[in-house]
Write a protein that binds this ligand. Sequence first.
Ligand SMILES: *Cc1c(COP(=O)(O)O)cnc(C)c1O
Length: 386
Amino acid sequence: MIHSSYIEIDYKALKKNIRFLQKEITGSVKFVSVIKGNAYGHGIKGFLPLAESCGIDYFAVSDAWEAEIANSVKSNKSELMIMGMIDNEDLKWAIENRISFFVFDQDRLEAAIRTARKIKRKARIHLELETGMNRTGFSDNDLEEIIQIIKKNREIIELTGFCTHFAGAESIANYVRVHEQFKKYQRLTRILHKGGLKAKYRHAASSAATLIYPETRMNLVRIGIAQYGLWPSKETKMYKLFDGEMKVYRDPLEQILQWKCKIMSVKEVKPAEFINYGNAFLTTRKTRIATVPVGYSHGFRRSLSNVGYVLIGGKKAPVVGMVNMNMFIVDISLIPTAKKGDEVVLIGKQGKNRISIASFSELTNFINYELLTRLPSEIPRIVINK
Ligand SMILES: *Cc1c(COP(=O)(O)O)cnc(C)c1O
């Protein structure tokens, strides 16, 4: 059966983004590709092998559920880290599969040690440090005890990382907070070092910190949004693309995802008629409309009612009336050639026009991240330009 819409993933654009990012971080910093949230809506199963063919061999997911999906498609050479939730019951699976995971409290540390001893395999852990986000991680007061526990269990633990996460490096408003966090991270890792602990990787930076605070890269970066060709925020983009002389650089990132479907039906409506449910849209002239088989159940938000637009025949066609669960209507009066079966671009390029994820997000008050991760996993992902 054919799904009502489809998502294209542009391999060439991905390669370009990764090449740019690899060049930024230089050779000695490990590039970890963050593929949580179904690879930011791109689909873990399709995206991971593509990233591997661009040279990536380390992936980060949020939880054990995603890790299992990633583990089923990755090559033997690639490594995985779980940054968030993993039930103590699933630790056995993770350890057996040599998947590293964040350890942010004593309960998890002890559970990991117990499990590793039971199955006689080393647990690969990243000690997460609380540096000011106040979400997860060990604080100053915990370190003494943690050091002792780890030292006692050295033979069963592999210290893969000392890490932390910044509370919004993409916004200049958080400048002071992020810098305080980094200082704290350095202070806490000094305590760990003094206590005799060393980790293979020290990491803190996501896309934004990687791009604008190079000192926070250390020897590993966790890159999510930027590899998909999107800037973490307008500020990060401005910072990288405009210099003091007002010279503008070419945008090195290219959105790799496009979302498309076909016109389901076309008809004409007389003047002074309401279109679709209720009275949200009243025609003022003879209006030619097209039905688009996508709705809020697919992540096309209801707040795009009477506000959003799509591309048909290379031109913008505005949404008229409400976005329904599985369809909405656009005005194609100014696109006389449009007919049933024509391509509709919901996100992406067509002719000279484009609907970027950023513009889409602006209309809906959504951040890039949220819009992408709301794209249902059932929509087929198709790789192009491979
Ligand atoms: C999501 C996430 C990242 C990646 O963030 P981007 O802004 O998408 O680059 C890095 N680290 C952690 C802990 C995350 O949860």
